[in-house]
Design a protein around this ligand. Structure first.
Ligand code: F6R
Length: 240
């Protein structure tokens, strides 16, 4: 992997936004892989000025994951997060930006539907990734198969605690999610993993330099030929 250590999250946002903006200029129908959570926010913010005057009406996107069984009107459903933080500020077409469907009624085929949609779009050009403190990418928690495709997973206690900050109490964090699999993520043509802060240092070191193991799902990136890792000093602090 190419590892870039930047002074702060904003510099990371600038760097990755430059790359994404040039992809969009080169191919107005480019297929982006989007992440939610705190990490990619500086990328989306930095994209906004860069896309002024650029035709983004045909850009396509696939989010990594969604909570299962969350009310669609809940502000923390990843569909709503993506609409609020990405689609609306950047002026994208909401119909071209998909999130896995976490509705209980259709959950049995939601994973296969999502995989078909990604394949029909020609695959993901650039996938933005954060990493969990437990080493997850997407919501592929420890123990996930490297060949996995989009499916339902159970969130670990650690992830639910980490994400409690987005809800009133930890009990309100859903138990389950539907996430692109490690196999899905590995099919994207360029992976861009971002991480900021001391809390991510162990996961980043494990993902980049530890054994390739399902116990640390982020280590799957070592199997990919084109990975960029953009981290601040604290998140890089356990790299050798
Ligand atoms: C989000 C996702 C997760 C997050 C990870 C880090 O779509 O798939 O893997 O990237 O949990 O979350 P933050 O960025 O909030 O620290």
């Amino acid at each position: 992997a190419e590892v870039v250590i930047v002074p702060d999250a904003q510099s990371a946002g600038d760097l990755v936004a430059d790359e994404i903006a040039s992809l969009i200029r080169a191919d107005p129908e480019v297929v982006l892989g989007l992440a939610t959570g705190s990490t990619p926010v500086p990328v989306y913010e930095a994209l906004r000025p860069r896309l002024r005057g650029v035709d983004v009406s045909r850009v396509r996107g696939f989010a990594l994951d969604e909570y299962v069984g969350i009310d669609p009107s809940h502000p923390q459903s990843y569909r709503n997060v993506i609409l609020r933080e990405v689609v609306e500020p950047l002026g994208l077409d909401p119909e071209r930006i998909r999130t896995p469907d976490g509705a209980l009624a259709t959950i049995e085929h939601a994973g296969a539907d999502y995989e078909r949609a990604i394949a029909a779009a020609g695959g993901i050009e650039l996938q933005i990734l954060g990493i969990g403190t437990d080493g997850h990418i997407g919501f592929n928690e420890p123990g996930s198969s490297f060949a996995s495709s989009t499916r339902v997973k159970t969130l670990t206690e650690q992830t639910r605690n980490d994400n409690a900050r987005f809800f009133d109490t930890v009990d309100q964090v859903p138990m389950h999610c539907i996430t692109q699999g490690l196999g899905t993520i590995l099919r994207a043509r360029h992976l861009v993993l971002l991480a900021f802060g001391e809390g991510k240092a162990a996961a980043v070191a494990g993902a980049l330099e530890g054994p390739v193991t399902a116990s640390l799902p982020g280590s799957a990136i070592q199997l990919h030929p084109r990975v960029s890792v953009v981290v601040d000093e604290s998140a890089a602090s356990q790299l050798r």
